[in-house]
Design a protein around this ligand. Structure first.
Ligand code: FPP
Length: 260
């Protein structure tokens, strides 16, 4: 998608526009099919207020709900949220326990609204290692929304980009071993289809909150040509207007995919 919009560059400073105006502008141009978000800064949000880190995660859940609604209003087809990485297990036990419970509860609570929006929940990551009750709760929502045809929310949960690649390489090696595939015939499409994100297009835009300039083991294969947008806003403060500003910035860029 080559995107260079005179309208966007002639626009008033985005900071001055309301959320509704930002949405209108973003919708007037081709909307990215897939936005992925590294939701960062819950802990700092809480610490700055003298609150326990878990208070930041609770606010983070509210921000996630807001962004699902905003993504739906914008007409995104895929929204991928980095909810829990394989590295997050090294956090204090009480924080991990609360995060697990919080993610399960919030996903279950969202089921009626996901159905109303015709939205589908998918989970990407290793299910092994996730406590069984949490897995069951989340699987219930994944199953109930599986036939929905609107926005797909991909929740990266117990997700690691290198683990995903390892799992894909192992699956491909098994196909080679079974005589189904010759090593020299393995294509990029074969690798893409062996990933957890098999059915999703690669992200057009990756947003990271809280100002950190890192990829943090997220969607390593899929973001080869993804546009990046980093905002200093901490995740609990990130709202629809921020999402639309990121998308408008993306819409003002020219994507070259390595060409000229
Ligand atoms: C980053 O903050 C956030 C996480 C570890 C992920 C948890 C995300 C949520 C609870 C948001 C809700 C998501 C869904 C899909 C319902 P951090 O703790 O790394 O912040 P810090 O870098 O300031 O310590």
């Amino acid at each position: 998608m080559a995107l260079k919009s005179p309208r966007a560059s002639a626009a008033a400073p985005l900071a001055e526009l309301s959320e509704a105006e930002l949405l209108e502008r973003a919708r007037a141009q081709p909307v990215p099919a897939h936005v992925a978000i590294i939701m960062d800064g819950n802990g700092r949000w809480a610490t700055r207020r003298g609150l326990p880190r878990v208070a930041g995660h609770r606010e983070g859940v509210k921000a996630a709900r807001t962004i699902v609604r905003a993504a739906d209003a914008l007409g995104l087809r895929y929204l991928t949220l980095y909810a829990f990485s394989t590295e997050n297990w090294s956090r204090p036990e009480n924080e991990v326990t609360l995060l697990m419970r919080l993610l399960e509860e919030s996903v279950l609570r969202e089921l009626p609204e996901l159905m109303e929006r015709n939205a589908r929940l998918k989970v990407i990551g290793r299910t092994r290692g996730v406590p069984l009750p949490v897995r069951r709760g989340i699987d219930r929502v994944v199953g109930a929304t599986a036939a929905n045809t609107g926005l797909t929310v991909q929740m990266a949960f117990n997700y690691g980009g290198r683990d995903e690649l390892l799992d894909a390489f192992r699956a491909l090696a098994r196909r080679v071993q079974a005589g189904e595939l010759a090593p020299e015939d393995i294509s990029e499409a074969d690798v893409s289809h062996a990933l957890y994100t098999a059915d999703a297009p690669d992200p057009d835009l990756l947003i990271r909150t809280s100002g950190e300039m890192r990829i943090s083991n997220f969607l390593l294969w899929q973001i080869a040509y993804t546009e990046l947008w980093v905002t200093p806003t901490l995740w609990p403060d990130f709202g629809g207007a921020d999402l639309y500003r990121g998308v408008l910035d993306f819409q003002g860029r020219t994507r070259r995919f390595g060409g000229v």
